[in-house]
Design a protein around this ligand. Structure first.
Ligand code: ATP
Ligand code: MG
Ligand code: MG
Length: 319
């Protein structure tokens, strides 16, 4: 689902509607200075940005400009109630409450573009943490709701036994869910695409085969042939930098995205969303990011996704 967030952003005296391709709408708002946006603070993500500002990956992530506390009334578009947020009674009224929320102040990556086309690709062969899978395995109850979601997408997905009991366990559902998109096979999936003038707000949840993904990417760069070699070059630079980055070597990068942005003149790609990027456990000093994931080895398949993105853009360029 593509969200067009209600706020406008100003950058270099331009005013433009800000585009958000994933996540809860209430997690983002306009920044206090032009060219910045605010994302609801998650301590894990803050820790990553602090490390990234001193890592060789810095040119490939939005600039982090610190934490900002913002007062908001409940009528505002603040939805969730995450950690780090305090609720206070407003002295003027019994019902109206002021919410103080902490936000990460980040560079707005759309700021340098004019009528940008934007694509969010979630990278990696799984989008849940090992700990989330382990938790789901603790008391695996049969879930009828998950069984029904499964059947809706693919009636042949449940096993004979699952059909008999009309239910699946949560860990089984989590693993299966990554196979309906290209996540499990290509190591990335398209989360959302927004073209310059409205268009193509499609749902990509079941865009799975290499052919389907190639078609989605092809439509994204249609009419902007200059963007393709720029994207290939940028992806190769990101890959080379990842391989040398101390941050990347020591973290499991899950649920993170590459944000592709182009307009008539320029094209860029940045790594975003580090809410599920965690330091590796002590007994595992590093992972290689391109090995097969087996439960417990913490491999995220991030480089599998980057390699496939490069291959697919190269196919598009050559055809
Ligand atoms: P989810 O976990 O569901 O993916 P989230 O709440 O963690 O969502 P992000 O994935 O960080 O949020 O961002 C959601 C969307 O907001 C991105 O797809 C992108 O369109 C936009 N966005 C995020 N950060 C930036 C940025 N620095 N500059 C411009 N756009 C951004
Ligand atoms: Mg995201
Ligand atoms: Mg996220």
């Amino acid at each position: 689902i593509v969200h067009w967030t209600p706020f406008f952003q100003t950058y270099k005296k331009q005013r433009y509607p800000w585009v958000q391709l994933a996540g809860h709408q209430g997690n983002f708002r306009a920044g206090p200075t032009p060219g910045t946006i605010l994302k609801k603070l998650c301590p894990q993500e803050e820790a990553c940005f602090r490390l990234l500002m001193n890592d060789i990956l810095r040119p490939y992530v939005p600039e982090f400009k610190g934490v900002l506390d913002v007062n908001d009334t409940e009528e505002g578009n603040v939805e969730s109630n995450e950690a780090g947020e305090t609720l206070q009674k407003d002295s003027n009224s019994d019902t109206k409450r002021t919410i103080v929320s902490s936000y990460l102040q980040l560079q707005d990556l759309l700021g340098d573009f004019e009528h940008p086309c934007v694509m969010d690709c979630k990278v990696g062969v799984r989008t849940y943490l090992e700990s989330e899978l382990a938790k789901a395995k603790e008391r695996p109850k049969l879930r009828k709701d998950m069984y029904e979601k499964m059947v809706q997408v693919d009636p042949s997905a449940p096993s004979a036994e699952e059909r008999r009991v009309q239910g699946v366990t949560k860990p089984r559902y989590m693993v299966w869910r990554e196979t309906i998109s290209s996540t499990a096979t290509l190591g990335f999936r398209v989360e959302g695409i927004k073209l310059a003038h409205g268009g193509s707000s499609k749902d990509f949840k079941t865009t799975r085969t290499r052919e389907q993904v190639t078609e989605a990417l092809r439509r994204f760069v249609e009419d902007y042939p200059h963007a393709v070699p720029k994207y290939i070059q940028r992806l190769k630079a990101i890959r080379a930098t990842l391989k040398a980055s101390p941050f990347f070597a020591s973290h499991e990068v899950v649920g993170s995205s590459l944000l592709f942005v182009h307009d008539a003149k320029n094209a860029g790609i940045w790594m975003i969303d580090f809410a599920k990027t965690l330091p590796l456990p002590q007994h595992l000093p590093r992972i290689c990011h391109d090995a097969e994931w087996k439960v417990g080895n913490h491999e995220d398949g991030y480089l599998i996704g980057v390699n496939n993105l490069i291959d697919i853009f190269q196919d598009i360029w050559n055809s």
